[in-house]
Write a protein that binds this ligand. Structure first.
Ligand SMILES: CC(C)(COP(=O)(O)OP(=O)(O)OC[C@H]1O[C@@H](n2cnc3c(N)ncnc32)[C@H](O)[C@@H]1OP(=O)(O)O)[C@@H](O)C(=O)NCCC(=O)NCCS
Length: 157
C-alpha cells in the first residue's frame, strides 16, 4: 500500500538520502551541496513542497516542487524539480502516483506545472507524454559566479 504525503521537517534526513541516490544515478553527486540540515530549512519555506511516497512507513520515492512567479502570465507556476522512485519500487505506478499528487497540488490554485527532462531520457519522455504533458525542446544556459566574473573582468561594458 503506497501512501503519498507532504514532507515535514522530520523527513529531512531521508530526503537528503534520496536526493543523493538520484544524483548518484545521474553521475552528478558533486553538484549536491544541500544536506539534511539545509533541507530542514528549505522544507520550512512556504514556496517549497516535497511529496514523499511511503510503503509500510518507509520512504520509497519523492518529488520536489518550488512555486514561483511567472512574469508573462503575471501569476505563479509550480516548478517540478526532482522525481525519484527507489530502484526496487519502480514500474509499479509509484512515479505516476507522485505525478498525480503534483497535479492535485497545482490544481488547488489552477496553476501550470513545468519541469525539464534530458533529451536522452526517452523512457522519461514517454512517461510524461502519457500523462498528457507537452514536451518542447529548449537549451538551458547557466552562468556560474566564476564564469560571469571572468566575463566582467574582460569586458569594458
Ligand atoms: C522516472 C521514475 C520516477 C518513474 O517511476 P516509476 O515508479 O517506475 O513509474 P511508474 O511505475 O509510474 O511508470 C513506469 C514508467 O516510467 C518509465 N520511466 C520514466 N523514466 C524512467 C527512468 N529514468 N528510468 C526507468 N524508467 C523510467 C518506465 O520506462 C515506465 O514506462 P514504460 O512502461 O513506457 O517503459 C523512476 O524510474 C526513477 O526514479 N528513475 C530515476 C530518476 C529519473 O529518471 N527521474 C526523472 C527525471 S526526468
Amino acid at each position: 500500500m503506497v501512501e503519498i504525503r507532504e514532507a515535514s521537517l522530520a523527513d529531512a534526513a531521508v530526503l537528503d538520502e534520496m536526493v543523493r541516490e538520484l544524483a548518484a544515478h545521474e553521475n552528478s553527486l558533486e553538484h549536491v551541496h544541500v544536506d539534511a540540515g539545509r533541507w530542514r530549512h528549505l522544507l520550512a519555506r512556504p514556496d517549497v513542497t516535497v511529496l514523499i511516497a511511503e510503503s509500510d512507513g518507509a520512504a520509497i520515492g519523492f518529488t520536489s516542487t518550488v512555486r514561483r512567479l511567472h512574469l508573462w502570465s503575471g501569476g505563479d507556476l509550480l516548478a517540478l524539480d526532482d522525481l525519484y522512485v527507489r530502484p526496487e519500487h519502480r514500474d509499479k505506478g509509484v512515479g505516476g502516483a507522485l505525478m498525480s499528487a503534483v497535479a492535485r497540488l497545482a490544481a488547488r490554485d489552477d496553476i501550470s506545472v513545468i519541469w525539464g527532462v534530458r533529451l536522452d531520457n526517452h523512457s522519461g519522455q514517454r512517461f510524461y507524454a502519457r500523462l498528457g504533458a507537452t514536451l518542447n525542446t529548449k537549451m538551458t544556459a547557466s552562468w556560474t559566479p566564476d564564469r560571469y566574473r571572468r566575463h566582467l573582468a574582460t569586458t569594458a561594458h
